[in-house]
Unconditional design. Structure first.
Length: 196
């Protein structure tokens, strides 16, 4: 008979934290931040109130963890997308991957509507800089270094293009034609490469 290994306290703690984040994501998507109470979160995660407060200072801190996890997931999906070809082609493919990643149920609401309202623009921008805008920054840097686009202020340009992608995700979420928005995003990126 095989002995089962007992989980360590850090393993149990990590499992509890992950469970809270996953349950909170579902609750925030279903009811929104304002419509989700702390008792709702505790019940959904199947933990005690003490366990919730052991891992997170309050509901807003748990929401921030959900936003951070979702932002990281979007960046991971962008990085996992096939990006064959030039850095400009990779930037275009990254935009398509972003819209695909944002199509995950509830993600647009969490990241683009609820997060700025709950956390404030500065906190959301700081999270985005670590994830989605980071991928844009890296793509722009590669295109500049390859001589495919003229030198531009990378941080500002990444934030501007990121805002365009966010607007496209919101429009597609509301039923706009994805192809039209992709065509606009492609033209935006190709415009950077023109007349270098």
């Amino acid at each position: 008979m095989l002995a089962t290994r007992r989980r360590t306290n850090p393993e149990r703690s990590s499992t509890t934290r992950s469970g809270l984040i996953a349950a909170a994501r579902q609750a925030f998507v279903a009811r929104g931040y304002a419509g989700t109470s702390t008792p709702d979160l505790v019940e959904a995660a199947g933990v005690t109130r003490g366990a919730l407060y052991h891992h997170f200072a309050d509901k807003q801190a748990l929401f921030r963890a959900v936003v951070e996890a979702e932002s990281a997931a979007v960046a991971a999906e962008i990085e996992a997308a096939p990006m064959d070809g030039s850095p400009v082609t990779a930037l275009i493919a990254g935009g398509e991957a972003y819209l695909t990643a944002m199509a995950v149920q509830g993600r647009t609401r969490l990241l683009l509507i609820e997060a700025p309202a709950v956390l404030g623009r500065a906190d959301v921008d700081a999270i985005d800089v670590r994830h989605g805008v980071r991928t844009l920054r890296e793509g722009l840097q590669a295109a500049i270094e390859a001589g495919l686009i003229k030198p531009v202020p990378i941080e500002a340009t990444a934030q501007l293009i990121g805002a365009a992608y966010d607007r496209a995700a919101l429009a597609v979420e509301q039923g706009a034609d994805r192809g039209d928005w992709l065509a606009g995003l492609r033209a935006l990126i190709e415009g950077l490469a023109a007349r270098r």
